[in-house]
Design a protein around this ligand. Structure first.
Ligand SMILES: Cc1cc2nc3c(=O)[nH]c(=O)nc-3n(C[C@H](O)[C@H](O)[C@H](O)COP(=O)(O)OP(=O)(O)OC[C@H]3O[C@@H](n4cnc5c(N)ncnc54)[C@H](O)[C@@H]3O)c2cc1C
Length: 466
């Protein structure tokens, strides 16, 4: 979630989301070079050909999901419109991204503020465990500012041929016949003149909803709600001498004080740190948790000046409906943030790209109409590839974030080099290196041992409190 989200890794337990041979082949085919390849035309295209024009697709929302979707569509021969309400949007976010995103999305290194190679995991009793020793010299967690990343991806989509519209999507009229268009209503802005927005409409054949957690596209297709966390973050400019400490270091704090069900974080940015926390269960106490996070980090951020305060919902699980007819949801609009770590940037960009690939492929590079079955191919691939990851992180959150003794056990486990290697590998590459059965067994025994100790500690604490 919040920034920390980023760290899927905490866990130490191996994710089961490895690439299957089939998905691995697809993955390699699509991403073996940094340049996006044009998806192949399926053999059995049966939908009607479009005469005299290309398939028209609107992507609503220009975050990582929307920018990636628009670029893929435009490169694949589809007439693409990307509607973003705020071209200098500064999405509240920790901005931590896995190493594989840099390669897969061909991100230039100058948009990455910091390369984090060390992380401190800090327990409720302030025991700090250093993690990162197992990283290879070229490995790191990227720290970006979202205003920089999102603008870069949008500009790249425009460079590939997408028409970027600065506008607020309002609603859409659903088609009245099988191949009739969707009519989108939006308010167009002119950022240069600052003139009041003008109401406009746009007709398209398909729509990708990449408009984040409060998605209007999701509402338009009655996609249903999801439980959400509220995440709060302060960007704090700290003295240069203190910034040196965070040069390549991030911190994660766990404890009832900083969050009853998540964690607090300090993430380094170019000239400041992002300090934040989140919660699903006690949303109205978020400011109290934020204060506690700041207090825990106080000796390292003292003298700092808060330069920005931000908060935003984070989806807890996918929406009941993610595709309807020729409309698909991606990224936060679909609900693709992992529990426990709160990571969503990579999954947003990836789902945007996968959805667009399905449309390009289903439409024969924009020459035919698509239908729901084409969009469902994206869902099938997505669920097959990532569902286990979400499930594993869900369980880990339930096991390790339920009490302070369990969190102490969790931090204790993080000291184990094997745990660190497995968690970093799964986070950085979104795949799992083959484990060592003996080390896996040792880890399982240690996990049980830590939890038993945590349980005993909790019983003792309950006796003292009684
Ligand atoms: C405090 C916080 C910290 C986080 N930290 C991390 C982290 O460190 N690492 C990580 O991986 N994830 C993190 N996340 C999660 C991550 O921010 C999201 O998962 C990610 O931004 C999802 O990308 P997206 O493109 O789906 O949606 P968004 O990034 O929300 O983008 C949606 C875009 O749509 C636009 N939009 C919305 N409505 C309309 C409309 N009606 N018309 C036109 N445009 C519209 C918005 O302006 C926005 O640009 C964090 C989240 C929070 C709240």
């Amino acid at each position: 979630m919040a920034s920390s989200m980023t760290f899927k890794p905490f866990t130490g337990l191996r994710q089961t989301t490895s690439l299957t041979p089939e998905s691995s082949t697809l993955f390699n085919k699509l991403h073996s070079t940094t340049t996006l390849t044009t998806p192949k035309i399926r053999a059995a295209l049966t939908s009607p050909k479009i005469a005299g024009r290309k398939l028209r697709v609107a992507v609503i929302g220009g975050g990582p999901a929307g920018g990636s979707a628009a670029e893929t569509l435009a490169k694949g021969g589809v007439e693409t419109f990307l509607i973003e309400r705020k071209l200098d949007n500064c999405k509240p976010c920790g901005g931590a991204i896995p190493l594989c995103m840099v390669g897969e999305f061909d991100l230039p290194l100058d948009i990455i503020d910091r390369k984090v190679t060390r992380m401190k995991m800090i327990s409720p009793s302030n025991v700090a465990v250093d993690i990162g020793q197992t990283l290879k010299p070229h490995e790191y967690i990227g720290m970006v500012r979202r205003e920089v990343l999102d603008a870069y991806l949008r500009e790249r989509a425009a460079g590939a041929g997408a028409t970027v519209i600065n506008g607020l999507f309002l609603k859409m009229e659903l088609p009245e016949a099988p191949e009739a268009p969707y009519k989108l209503h939006y308010t167009a802005y002119d950022a240069k003149s600052g003139a009041a927005g003008q109401k406009k409409t746009l007709e398209v054949d398909a729509v990708i909803g990449a408009d984040g957690a409060n998605s209007r596209v999701a509402k338009s297709i009655s996609a249903g709600d999801y439980e959400y966390a509220i995440a709060f973050q302060e960007r704090i400019r700290i003295p240069d001498s203190k910034m040196q400490y965070y040069e390549n270091l991030a911190e994660m704090y766990v404890g009832d004080d900083v969050s009853p069900d998540f964690y607090g974080w300090v993430f380094p940015k170019c000239d400041h740190v992002a300090v934040g926390t989140g919660t699903v269960t006690h949303k109205s106490d978020i400011k109290k948790f934020q204060l506690a996070t700041r207090i825990r980090a106080m000796d390292k951020i003292e003298g700092g000046k808060i330069i920005r305060v931000e908060a935003h919902p984070i989806p807890e699980h996918p929406r009941p409906r993610r595709v309807l007819d020729r409309v698909a949801l991606v990224g936060d609009a679909a609900g693709y943030v992992t529990k426990c770590s709160g990571e969503g940037i990579y999954f947003a960009a990836k789902s945007g790209r996968m959805c667009a690939e399905a449309i390009v492929e289903g439409s024969g590079n924009g020459s035919r109409m698509v239908d729901e079955s084409d969009l469902r191919r994206y869902l099938e691939k997505w669920d097959k590839k990532y569902w286990p990851t979400y499930k594993v992180l869900d369980v880990l959150q339930k096991v390790f974030y339920r009490s302070n003794p369990a969190r102490e056990a969790f931090v204790e486990m993080c000291a184990d080099e094997y745990v660190q290697k497995m968690t970093f590998d799964s986070y950085l590459y979104k795949t799992v290196a083959p484990g060592n059965p003996l080390d896996d067994l040792r880890l399982a025994i240690r996990t049980v041992g830590s939890l038993v100790r945590a349980y005993g500690l909790r019983r003792e604490m309950e006796k003292i409190e009684a």
